[in-house]
Design a protein around this ligand. Structure first.
Ligand SMILES: Nc1ncnc2c1ncn2[C@@H]1O[C@H](COP(=O)(O)OP(=O)(O)OP(=O)(O)O)[C@@H](O)[C@H]1O
Ligand SMILES: [Mg+2]
Length: 255
């Protein structure tokens, strides 16, 4: 579904991504991991067509990103930034904005928006001004906005930032369900490798170059983690399912 071919990206004369090639198949859940400043956000913004590659190309379903996105089949959650406190629209309006391209009545949009707000546990906040919500509440509303159109491709930049553990778990459950029932393809940047490890199909390890592209189990090999983060870094895996972690430089935190 997504083909990234020999992609090089320079921003203001700095090389951010160097010769990245990878392919994501329809129906896969793929996690992008790597250190801060490693180019993860830049990669997905290039995949979305917001950044023009210096060399190489991206194709989504054989189309240029801009043309694919026009079809309204992509849900995108940007990396969290702080929102304007005086932002005058309600949480419900923010979610309905995710249906801007969809031609159904306002009533139907409202009904769908309420449904997804319920899913992220924010239904009772529907009339609150978005700017007055807490950071985690805003993130939940933004997640609802990204999924409301039931996109074919969901691209999420650190969806769990600022969201509490309960909301995180129900959100990951939801992603799994969307993937299994609707075959939706998910590309997600995360630092929480342990939490997503049990359900992602592939991992992209990125630090300017593509250090790793393959399945989660092999990613946990010490050499792969070292290459990506440096050997001094201990990776914290918050998962009781990580049987292999003890062999590597990985500390397992059990719940
Ligand atoms: N518009 C820009 N102009 C110049 N440099 C930029 C620009 N945007 C990002 N960069 C640089 O590109 C590098 C990669 O940034 P990017 O935001 O893609 O990293 P990231 O992996 O998403 O990091 P984080 O985990 O902190 O979100 C950083 O060194 C950053 O300073
Ligand atoms: Mg980022």
């Amino acid at each position: 579904m997504i083909k990234v071919e020999n992609l090089w990206v320079e921003l203001n004369g700095n090389l951010i991504l160097e010769d990245i090639s990878l392919e994501i198949k329809k129906g896969e859940i793929v996690a992008i991991v790597g250190p801060n400043g490693g180019g993860k956000t830049t990669l997905i913004r290039t995949i979305l067509g917001f950044i023009k590659p210096t060399k190489g190309r991206v194709l989504i379903d054989g189309k240029e990103p801009k043309d694919y996105i026009k079809s309204g089949k992509v849900g995108y959650l940007p990396q969290k930034s702080s929102y304007e406190r005086d932002f005058p629209v309600s949480a419900l309006d923010v979610v309905m904005f995710g249906l801007v391209e969809v031609k159904i009545s306002k009533k139907e949009k409202e009904k769908k928006a309420l449904e997804v707000l319920r899913y992220v546990g924010m239904e009772s906040f529907k009339d609150k001004p978005f700017g007055k919500l807490s950071g985690g509440q805003q993130q939940r509303v933004m997640i609802a906005r990204a999924i409301i159109s039931e996109p074919e491709l969901l691209i999420l930049d650190e969806p769990s930032t600022g969201v509490d553990v309960v909301a995180q778990e129900s959100f990951y459950e939801f992603i799994k369900k969307l993937n299994q029932e609707k075959g939706i393809t998910v590309l997600m940047i995360t630092h929480d490798i342990g939490a997503v490890g049990s359900f992602v199909h592939k991992v992209v390890g990125l630090n300017k170059k593509l250090h790793y592209f393959g399945d989660f189990k092999d990613f946990l090999q010490k050499s792969n983690v070292d290459k990506l983060y440096g050997s001094e870094v201990k990776l914290l895996i918050h998962s009781p399912e990580c049987f292999t972690c003890q062999y590597f430089n990985v500390e397992v935190k059990r719940h």
